[in-house]
Ligand binder design. Structure first.
Ligand code: GRF
Length: 221
């Protein structure tokens, strides 16, 4: 499956998708990286990996969308991955890529959408937060959820330490979610994502806090 990755900055999630190629069984390859900023560090990562990139710096939403759409078509992209892409996308663009565009967000959606999700989590006093990969719908940080990972909040956390812990989970979760799509194992049914053929290692990534079987609970009930 050919991916188009949209970035605005650091590009560590882009790097996680690049690194996933090390597994010969991984069926997704990055065809092009598009950045809305010329100074995005992720562009250096793309170049180092020999991946073509384009900078589209148009501030006008419609004109960014038209140019990005043309580039993605030119590179025969089948799935668009938003990876730290910090601009709101034109609704027409989102609809054009409906069910073929995914995003990663550093919270357990639908909790804490939008900006500063780690700050929101700290302010709410939650004991756990995490990250979510979801199909993109026009309303910000909404859409059918593909995968989530749970991350604990420590009592002495600040935004920086919490963001760093979540990021470790993001780097595992995004390649996993993309792999499920590339293998044709996701299906959206009534607004929810069904995944065919679970494997144990995937369950661990999706639910890192999955408890071991409880011997007091008999399997036969
Ligand atoms: C990540 O936390 C991602 O979840 C959010 O923006 C950040 C991007 O980081 N959407 P990077 O550019 O992938 O390093």
């Amino acid at each position: 499956m050919r991916l188009g990755v949209l970035i605005s900055g650091r590009g560590s999630n882009l790097q996680a998708l690049i690194d996933a190629r090390a597994d010969p069984a991984y069926r997704a390859e990055i065809a092009i990286v598009v950045s809305n900023r010329a100074d995005a560090a992720g562009l250096v990562r793309a170049a180092a990996a020999g991946i073509p990139s384009a900078v589209i710096a148009d501030h006008d939403r419609a004109s960014f969308a038209a140019k990005a759409h043309a580039r993605l078509r030119e590179y025969e992209v089948e799935l668009v991955c938003l990876a730290g892409f910090m601009r709101i996308l034109d609704t027409g663009f989102v609809e054009a890529w409906r069910d073929r565009m995914v995003n990663i967000h550093p919270s357990l959606l639908p909790a804490f959408p939008g900006l500063y999700p780690q700050r929101q989590a700290l302010a709410a006093g939650v004991r756990f937060t995490g990250c979510t990969v979801h199909f993109v719908r026009p309303e910000i940080d909404t859409g059918p959820i593909i995968a989530q990972a749970v991350v604990p909040v420590h009592p002495d956390d600040d935004e920086v330490s919490l963001a760093a812990r979540i990021l470790v989970a993001e780097h595992r979760l995004y390649p996993l979610a993309v792999r499920l799509i590339a293998e044709g194992r996701t299906r959206i049914v009534a607004g929810k994502v069904e995944i065919a053929g679970w494997r144990v290692e995937e369950l661990a990534a999706l639910n890192p806090c999955e408890p071991p079987p409880d011997p007091l609970v008999s399997k036969r009930g």
